[in-house]
Design a protein around this ligand. Structure first.
Ligand SMILES: [Cu+2]
Length: 286
């Protein structure tokens, strides 16, 4: 009986571990988590750097509080158990102690609230933008528009196995068309949806915002390192929720300008993206 349970547990553990290692190996290096990594992936914007340091500060505070409470509890268990302390004290109030255990937590919360509100404000208030991109969530792909730069519009569909470029991305994270942005520029992202609620999220940028039909939400990022960044729809939106990844390619201004020229021809606003949209929606429902 025990042996059976033991074998079952060992098998479960082995399966879990191997799946973790395989997933990590596939994602190694491409601005996603590395094998054995603790904590967040590499931040690529000042906002994400602030999020990481805020997290680290909270981690120190949480650890200190947990250790403090644990030590006090152990001390009480040993010193004041019925054997060690048969006659209990009748003390019911201690004004000084009560003032301390009220004010100290308040001070800790104030200490936390300062960087917290500063970060919330920085995320919410969009600096003057160099570039605007509109992202529209669809079941189950993203549509993008560059309204300021020649009315470019295109869809980004997930790459499935066998398609060209599939092996250049971590599993389930590649799209047939990344959005391209210049490095060190403020990019405003306007986010909405066509059908149900989706969410546009790129962890390395510290960006996650709901895409709600009929609502135009806004967020921003300023990527400070070039490279390909990955994100996913982060709101349960239907059967293919896990198959609408986000690719953001951060390039130099020169490369961006060159891409823009090419894209203006390739994705000029006409009926093409819409036809493509229907075609891809049909493919999924078939
Ligand atoms: Cu979605």
């Amino acid at each position: 009986m025990f042996r059976k349970t033991y074998i079952m547990l060992a098998t479960m553990l082995a399966t879990f571990m191997s799946s973790v290692f395989v997933a990590q190996a596939a994602e190694d290096g491409l601005y996603s988590a590395k094998p054995g990594q603790m904590g967040f992936m590499q931040p690529a914007t000042p906002i994400m750097e602030d999020i990481v340091s805020f997290h680290d500060l909270l981690m120190i505070i949480i650890t200190a509080i947990t250790l403090f409470v644990t030590i006090i509890l152990i001390y009480i268990f040993i010193k004041f158990n019925a054997k060690a302390n048969p006659v209990a004290s009748k003390t019911t109030h201690n004004t000084l102690l009560e003032i301390i255990w009220t004010t100290v937590p308040v001070l800790i919360l104030v200490l936390i609230s300062i960087p917290s509100f500063r970060l919330l404000y920085a995320e919410d208030v969009i600096p003057e933008a160099d570039l605007t991109i509109k992202a529209t969530g669809n079941q189950w792909y993203w549509s993008y528009e560059y309204p300021d730069d020649g009315d470019i519009a295109f869809d980004a569909n997930i790459l499935s196995e066998g398609q060209p470029g599939y092996n250049d991305h971590p599993r389930l994270l590649g799209t047939d068309q990344p959005i391209v942005v210049p490095v060190n520029k403020v990019v405003r992202v306007q986010v909405t949806a066509n059908d149900v609620i989706h969410a546009w999220a790129v962890p390395a940028f510290g960006v996650k915002i709901d895409a709600v039909p009929g609502v135009l939400n806004e967020t921003w990022f300023k990527a400070t390192k070039t490279g390909m960044y990955y994100g996913q729809c982060s709101e349960l939106c239907g059967i293919n929720h896990g198959f609408m990844p986000i690719n953001v390619k951060v390039v130099s201004q020169g490369e961006y300008d060159a891409w823009l020229e090419e894209a203006k021809e390739k994705f000029a606003s006409n009926d093409a993206p819409r036809l493509q949209q229907f075609a891809s929606a049909q493919k999924i429902t078939e």
